[in-house]
Every structure is written in structure tokens, then in C-alpha cells.
Ligand binder design. Structure first.
Ligand SMILES: Nc1ncnc2c1ncn2[C@@H]1O[C@H](COP(=O)(O)OP(=O)(O)OP(=O)(O)O)[C@@H](O)[C@H]1O
Ligand SMILES: [Mg+2]
Length: 402
């Protein structure tokens, strides 16, 4: 059986017989090449239509300017995610330009110093990608759990980090470990990188500054291997204004993350910012970390009310930190639950020794003391979170089949 040839559109300002890149593509028996002697920005809207008819777009990007970057961005937003865009550029192109191209949506930037056969190898690799992307696709979207908090320093990051760890470690017998992404959305003060000794990442900074939309490849670049097989998407080292990211960008990030991971745990900042709307919309559940003091509970209530305006059906469960679950609720606990109009569902005891040692060693608490009070509390939390998520799953399925 012979496969239908793949189709590539080659866009270059001076595409012609002397173009070695074009010649190398034309030498590939399994490929049909269409060339356009122009720039991408000159093609404008018609580029999208043209590109949609092909399996791959190859661009010559010498001397790129802002309009080319804008054109790539528009193209990436419109054509299918599996249609690769490759940029062929002068070998001495500054790294910063290559980075701009990637952020705009180019899948790979290739130097024109590649030999014809090296270029052909790269093109083959990207042409095979749709098969690789569709084959292991997970049957359903991953679950997104947001971790918010009633005040700074109350343990939001501790809960996010260790919940992510437990979701990965405790899995059904005989089943593979689920993939878990731990994502630091506290873009100004995020410290997951130091909690787990991974490097900070400038991805959110770059997207905040450029306004570009993320691509699947960016998630792979962002997610770094952390302890226990967690995938850690760290916050930037440089300060970004919270509102520099926009709602569409965050919505796309979360969609891509849920496409690629079974669980996505988000450490949220203690601010109310427009893109939180996208977080609330995408989340399957939220944990609100608090203590039971009157100011913290009032603050939690205010936040819950604000969130509920955007996402009425989002389950929001309370996590009381620094306090062991009492045998019998005391009067101020009952008063807190009343103010919150929800139970104090989860409790994590104060366990400074375990919490401190975990941070010092850059690992989750499960790797420091498997039997410590805090570790056991987190294990119970992960079990309950899975239970809540399975009921929300049933409700969604019931709604869909109704
Ligand atoms: N249950 C606990 N027992 C003892 N120490 C804890 C507990 N939970 C958190 N801590 C400690 O409290 C400090 C603050 O925790 P964490 O950084 O998780 O809070 P946060 O809400 O994310 O703070 P920030 O507002 O800075 O983001 C850390 O030193 C952490 O180790
Ligand atoms: Mg924090």
C-alpha cells in the first residue's frame, strides 16, 4: 500500500531555483511542495486558507519584522495544532529572534546551514508528528484542581505541591501512575521552583510580554521533571505585572495542560485578576486553604463569593491548615462553617519539622516522613479530592447523556 504524499507549502521572499531549502524538499519523493515567492505577512489572511490545505508550512524567515511575527501568530491560531510550522533561517540568527518565532507559534527553527539530507530528516520528523500526537492521546481531558488561599503564608503552596505529589503516588493497583502537572500561577511570588529544587521558567514572563498564544510544544518546554515524577511548570524569576497575562492566554495554557496531563494542580496567587476567570472556568474543583481565625474566614468567604459569580457550579472545598481535625467541632469551627456556608472538609495538622525538612531538601513531605501527621493529612486530602472529582465526572457524564 502506498501512502498519499504529504503536502508542504514553502513560503520565501525569493523562492526560486537557487534556493537550497526548496531544492531539498523537492528531492523528497514522499512530499509534494508548493512554493510561494513572497513573505508571510504579504500573504496576510489568504495565508491561513493556503496553509490549511497543506500538512506543513515551511517559512524562510531572514530579517523577520513585527508584521511577520504577527502573521505567524495569526496563522498558528487558525491552522490545526498538528500542522507544523518550520522556520528556516540564517545560521547566525540571534537566539532572541529564534525565541520570538517559537513564541509566535513556530514549532521548530532550523538553520539554513543544514545539509539537504539533514533538512529532509527534520521535515520527516515533523510530518510524522500528527501520528505521534494522536496515537497516545488520553481518552479524556485531565482534571484541573485550583488551590487558593484566604491569606498569604497560610500554606497554599504546601498544599498544591504535596497534593500533586500524592495524586501521582497513590494510584489504583495495576494502573500506571497518572501524569501530574504542578503549575505555579503565582507569577510574582511563586516559589514552587525552590520548594522542589527545579529551575524557574521564563515562559509566563515571555508570554506576558509578547501577548502570544501558547502551543502544545511550549507546554513540553515549560514542564520540567520534578521529584517523584511530577512535571513542574515553574513561575518566572523576573517580576511580571499580574494583569500582563490575558484571559485567552491562560485559557489556552490550561486547555493544553489538561490535554497532556491526567491531573493539573494550580497554585494560585492571592490576588483577584481578570485571567482568574479563565482559571475558574477551566477548573474541575477548587481548594481554599485557610485557618479558622475570624479575619481569615471572612476573607475566604469574600473570595468564594467573588469566584462563585464567575463559576457558579465549581465545587470549592475548605482546607484548614495548621490544625488537626478535632474529635468534636468547637464553637468557632461551627461559626466558621456557617459563615462559609460549607463544611470544613479537610484538615492538615501543624507539623513544622516535616514541612521545614521537605523545603530544605527540595522534595514533597512524602519523601521526608511517610508516616508524619502532615503527610497522612495530605494523603487523606488526595483521596477525598479524587472522590470529589469522580462525582463531578459522573454529573458531567449524566448531563451529557441527558
Ligand atoms: N501544616 C503545616 N505545618 C507546619 N508548617 C507548615 C504547614 N503548612 C505550611 N507550613 C509552612 O508555612 C510556610 C508558608 O507555607 P506556604 O509557602 O505553603 O504558604 P503560601 O500560602 O503558599 O504562602 P505565600 O503567600 O507566600 O504564597 C512554609 O514555611 C511552610 O513550610
Ligand atoms: Mg505560595
Amino acid at each position: 500500500m502506498t501512502e498519499a504524499p504529504s503536502s508542504i507549502i514553502y513560503i520565501a521572499p525569493n523562492a526560486g531555483s537557487s534556493d537550497s531549502g526548496l531544492a531539498a524538499l523537492r528531492d523528497m519523493a514522499e512530499v509534494n511542495v508548493v512554493d510561494r515567492n513572497t513573505t508571510l505577512s504579504a500573504l496576510n489572511g489568504s495565508a491561513v486558507q493556503l496553509a490549511s490545505q497543506h500538512d506543513m508550512v515551511v517559512l524562510r524567515t531572514d530579517n523577520v519584522d513585527e508584521s511577520d511575527i504577527a502573521a505567524i501568530k495569526a496563522l498558528r491560531a487558525e491552522i490545526p495544532a498538528h500542522t507544523a510550522i518550520l522556520a528556516l533561517t540564517q545560521a547566525d540568527t540571534p537566539l532572541a529572534i529564534a525565541r520570538f518565532l517559537t513564541l509566535a507559534g513556530v514549532d521548530d527553527v532550523l538553520p539554513d546551514s543544514l545539509s539537504g539530507s539533514e533538512l529532509q530528516d527534520q521535515v520527516r520528523k515533523w510530518l510524522q508528528r500528527p501520528l505521534l500526537m494522536t496515537a497516545p492521546m488520553r481518552p479524556e481531558r485531565g482534571k484541573i484542581i485550583s488551590v487558593s488561599k484566604s491569606r498569604g503564608g497560610i500554606g497554599g503552596t504546601t498544599v498544591a505541591v504535596n497534593l500533586a505529589d500524592q495524586l501521582r503516588q497513590s494510584h489504583a493497583k495495576g494502573q500506571p501512575k497518572p501524569s501530574v502537572a504542578l503549575v505555579d500561577l503565582d507569577i510574582q511570588f511563586g516559589n514552587i521552583a525552590s520548594f522542589l529544587e527545579v529551575e524557574t521558567s521564563e515562559i509566563l514572563y515571555d508570554f506576558a510580554i509578547s501577548g502570544h498564544m501558547p502551543t502544545p510544544a511550549i507546554i513540553q518546554e515549560w514542564a520540567k521533571a520534578g521529584p517523584g515524577g511530577l512535571s513542574v511548570c515553574a513561575a518566572p524569576s523576573r517580576m511580571v505585572p499580574f494583569d500582563a497575562l490575558n484571559r485567552d492566554q491562560i485559557a489556552r495554557f490550561l486547555n493544553l495542560l489538561a490535554d497532556q496531563f491526567d491531573y493539573v494542580v494550580l497554585d494560585l496567587p492571592h490576588v483577584v485578576v481578570d485571567w482568574l476567570g479563565a482559571v475558574l472556568e477551566a477548573s474541575d474543583m477548587m481548594l481554599m486553604v485557610s485557618d479558622t481565625s475570624v479575619p481569615s474566614i471572612r476573607q475566604a468567604r469574600r473570595l468564594i463569593d467573588t469566584f462563585a459569580e464567575e463559576a457558579m457550579t465549581l465545587p470549592i472545598e475548605m482546607v484548614v491548615n495548621f490544625e488537626k481535625r478535632p474529635m468534636v467541632l468547637r464553637s468557632h469551627h461551627k461559626a466558621a462553617a456557617k459563615v462559609l456556608e460549607r463544611p470544613l472538609s479537610h484538615w492538615l495538622p501543624s507539623d513544622p519539622k516535616t514541612a521545614r525538612e521537605a523545603i530544605d531538601r527540595g522534595v514533597p513531605v512524602s519523601q521526608v516522613a511517610g508516616r508524619a501527621g502532615l503527610t497522612k493529612g495530605i494523603q487523606r486530602l488526595a483521596k477525598d479530592v479524587r472522590a470529589t472529582l469522580s462525582t463531578t465526572q459522573k454529573q458531567t457524564t449524566a448531563r451529557q447523556s441527558a
